[in-house]
Write a protein that binds this ligand. Structure first.
Ligand SMILES: [Zn+2]
Length: 68
């Protein structure tokens, strides 16, 4: 038990972090937490994988629309 749960990064922040949409301040704070928290790093990896899957699906839909 190293840190209380309320210290962990919220899901929406991890999402924005994965998308590179955080402000410099939030990004720095998030990066600092991630550097010391493997739990949030694991969650970030999951979110990144999810985003990659979504992007791949969207690209396939776009490709299918362009073909015709
Ligand atoms: Zn954490």
């Amino acid at each position: 038990m190293s840190e209380p749960p309320e210290n962990h990064l919220p899901e929406d922040m991890l999402e924005l972090y994965a998308l590179d949409r955080l402000s410099g301040e939030e990004w720095a704070a998030g990066g600092q937490h991630l550097a010391g928290c493997s739990l949030c790093r694991d969650r970030l990896e999951e979110i990144k994988a999810y985003i990659a899957t979504m992007r791949e699906a969207l690209r396939r839909i776009a490709d299918a629309g362009e073909e015709r």
